[in-house]
Write a protein that binds this ligand. Sequence first.
Ligand code: KO2
Ligand code: CA
Ligand code: CA
Length: 279
Amino acid sequence: QFNARNCKEVKDKYGQTENGLYYLNTATGGVYQTFCDMTTAGGGWTLVASVHEDNIYGKCMVGDRWTSQQGNNANWPQGEGNWANRKTFGTVEAATDDDFKNPGYYDIEAEDMSVWHVPNNTPVNHWNLAAIMRYHTDRHFLHLYGGNLYQLFHSYPVEYNVGAHLSDNGPSIPIVYDLGDKESTKNVYDPYSGGEIEGGFISFRAINHERAATAICSGVKPKGGNVEHYCIGGCGFFPEANPLQCGDFTGFAWNGYGTHIGFSASKQMLESAVLLFYR
Ligand code: KO2
Ligand code: CA
Ligand code: CA
């Protein structure tokens, strides 16, 4: 067994070049298993989390670990709080079947992120080929935000009523596409939001018109306040149309399930888990 805190060490110190499952260690002696992407842009990417929508009709109910599993409630402004705590859940082999969060999320000091959108229920060995979108950052942006999402979301809490849309949003970071492009990114989200998003970015802590905070806008930068239709994860309260915008995939089915009409995202987006990697 290797003594490594992340997949880059597994690759650099132990010469492992195969994509697949590896055991990693935490600073405090914990051990966990996760997936390493050893090929994209030099490899060494550690899977730390997945955001999965088990039922878009369950609004902040069971399974909505990245928002609230206990309803849409202004008295619980951070909801589960999992973007900024040390709770872990799920397993790597079920990362496209349910939510996943491992100790690497807070333990690894990283520079960049990579994101894969992989259709639900895809086995690990097919993730790469089955993905509908893949991209990574290359500007070492995490140096500015504490080295991981745990730290970033402490600086930018995913909480109801922390600020106003656009002016109090967190950072938007340019991305390099490994599969897809700016146009294909806009096409998987809903047509109405097309006018207020720009492809080619990953954005953090985006706030909507009603002061609800979302966690990650994958592949896009918001230029308006209807972020509940293209940003995932979030706080414990979404005021508009209570509770229809609350949930891990927020208001992605606003105008029907996978219709890609109005404010509804495409079916492929709705039915894919969002895998978050660090390097
Ligand atoms: C709608 O009918 C509606 O939805 C808007 C939401 C979408 O996030 O902000 C506004 O509430 C609007 O007033 C109206 O309720 O508009 C442009 C069409 C959609 O769904
Ligand atoms: Ca979920
Ligand atoms: Ca709205």
